[in-house]
Design a binder for this molecule. Structure first.
Ligand SMILES: [Zn+2]
Length: 556
């Protein structure tokens, strides 16, 4: 067993796995001479571990504990892992760099505060979106102080930085620094996209050939990080973590996807074995470990005993999410009664909330939703009364997502309107389905209660208004009312661009009543803060598709 010298500018071999000098650590495609067991043995024999910048450590591992790698031993069995390398390392330095790009040290504090405020606004938007398919993030200290973020949150914050760099306000704040360092906005954004793709890709199951061929693209990413996030502090980008990053494909070929050797599992264990018990100890240093162990033991005994008596208590069941697409649940229920109207759709609407307190607060439903239901009826020559049951929150299963997704569509929730965005599937003859999708603001969910009125499904099935009325036809479908983009935004475009600009279409032509099954993915959408028109939006590639953003760019 050996220990490494602290890595500073004068250490000969600062990285534990190779002989490279510090100056090689920013190399985007390094080829290292890796440390072998023989190298260490030879150095130890002549008492010259210092040549490898190593200390000798005599412990249980020193006397030939067998390890799987018989050539590189422990030095080849301890890969860099993404949590510390990226989340707790490189991304942290990137945020420092953004701080310095705006102004070094304490300068330009006003601009830094503005950037933090913008970042916070977009995070607020993101946490308000349908809660799935997007990473975690934080707002505790703003991005320019990256010190207090957890590793996984840093990745979430990197996504938000990407969004910030798309908005007019964000670009104005970043531009002076970009110009000074010859960075274009496009390159800055492309760099983050590639990095986010890589972060996801390393944890996915990829063909060996793809991993082998990934070094060129990873090299590009490493070069771009250094260009777009200039680092003057310390040794610049000559960091052991950068060197480990370049070696990720090597480690992945050896150990499989990066999740297999992620530090997150160990960190989790620390949490459950130590942190969770800390409250139940006296928190005195001399007995802390012992008391944590005792609490862990007690918990295991309780767990074991519980497993044993579960059947007697009738608790030996497994909860399974119903992933049938027809399975849904709505809450925030109301009945909306559309009174008879004239032939231009003018007539009253009464809303009756199941939760009486909402009635007292006089909360209404989206005027666009009312307009959509009324217009559809009038277009199909129905001027009579219609009653619908609607929901302001709707939970449903979506294809390809393991968990059910919540959509909010409410005029008033936590102090204001809250409408989630989603990807909506449309159908058009002779056009491939992947082309006819559109981002849309979800305005509400409802079902027709009145029988014998024209509904989208009945009309689509070819029934006439009179037929529907005479036979008192019933429609059991649940519908969503959506406000779509002015044009389709195909998946292929989002997969290619990661962030895609669109405009919400005009209210009179781009509000549709669609079946709930047409909603195919939650979507994170943000506004162009500081932009001149209020209709400009950006949608972001769902998290589940990020890995392919990187993978599909690898040259075979
Ligand atoms: Zn090396």
């Amino acid at each position: 067993m050996t220990g490494k010298y602290n890595a500073n500018g004068n250490t000969a071999c600062p990285h534990r796995h190779c002989f490279c000098p510090m100056s090689n650590f920013s190399n985007p495609k390094p080829i290292c001479r890796l440390v072998t067991i023989q190298d260490v043995e030879n150095a130890r024999a002549v008492n010259n571990l210092a040549a490898l910048s190593m200390h000798n450590i005599d412990n249980a591992f020193s006397n030939g504990v067998p390890l799987a790698d018989r050539t590189h031993g422990v030095w080849g069995s301890t890969p860099g892992e993404m949590l510390h390398l990226s989340g707790n390392g490189l991304v942290k330095y990137q945020f420092e760099s953004v701080h310095d790009l705006i102004g070094p040290k304490q300068s330009k504090q006003k601009e830094k505060d503005q950037l933090d405020a913008l970042h916070q606004r977009i995070i607020n938007d993101a946490t308000r979106q349908s809660d799935k398919d997007f990473p975690r993030m934080t707002v505790r200290n703003g991005i320019t102080d990256g010190t207090k973020m957890a590793a996984t949150e840093r990745i979430g914050n990197l996504v938000i930085l990407l969004c910030v760099a798309h908005t007019t306000d964000g670009m104005n704040l970043l531009k002076p620094g970009w110009t000074e360092h010859h960075i274009t906005g496009k390159r800055f954004r492309d760099c983050i996209k590639l990095q986010l793709g890589f972060e996801k890709w390393v944890n996915e199951s990829n063909p060996r050939s793809e991993v082998t061929n990934s070094t060129d693209l990873l090299g590009t990413l490493i070069k771009e990080i250094q260009h777009c996030f200039p680092r003057q502090r310390g040794n610049g980008w000559n960091l052991p973590k950068m060197h480990s990053l370049a070696y990720m494909p090597h480690y992945m070929l050896k150990f499989g996807m990066a999740q297999n050797f992620s530090g997150q599992i160990g960190e989790r264990a620390l949490k459950s074995i130590v942190k969770d018990h800390a409250q139940q100890t006296q928190r005195r240093p001399d007995v802390f470990a012992e008391q944590c162990a005792a609490r862990e033991f007690e918990e295991l005994v309780l767990e074991w005993a519980f497993e044993d008596i579960k059947p007697q208590l009738g608790l030996d069941f497994v909860r399974v999410d119903n992933t049938n697409p027809n399975h849904y649940s709505g809450s925030g229920e109301y009945e909306a009664n559309f009174l008879a109207c004239d032939n231009r759709g003018r007539g009253g609407v009464c809303v009756d909330w199941k939760d009486r307190s909402k009635g007292k607060l006089n909360i209404c439903i989206s005027p666009s939703l009312i307009l959509a239901i009324r217009s559809f009826a009038v277009e199909n020559n129905w001027m009579g009364n219609i009653q619908v049951t609607g929901w302001t929150r709707f939970k449903t299963s979506l294809p390809g997502l393991d968990e059910q997704v919540n959509f909010h569509a409410s005029e008033y929730l936590y102090g204001g309107p809250w409408y989630d965005y989603a990807m909506v599937q449309f159908e058009e003859p002779n056009i491939e389905r992947s082309q006819t999708v559109s981002p849309a603001k979800v305005l509400g969910f409802f079902r027709y209660d009145t029988v014998g009125v024209p509904t989208p499904s009945l009309v689509e099935d070819g029934h006439s208004r009179d037929e529907i009325y005479d036979q008192s036809m019933r429609d059991v479908n649940v519908y969503a009312v959506v406000h779509t983009a002015s044009t389709y935004v195909p998946w292929s475009k989002i997969e290619k661009d990661f962030v895609v600009e669109f405009k919400l279409g005009p209210v009179d032509t781009c509000i549709y009543i669609v079946k709930v099954a047409s909603i195919i993915n939650p979507l994170f959408v943000f506004e162009d803060y500081g932009g001149s028109t209020g209709e400009k939006r950006f949608c972001v590639l769902p998290n589940s598709r990020w890995g392919r953003y990187f993978g599909s760019r690898i040259n075979p």
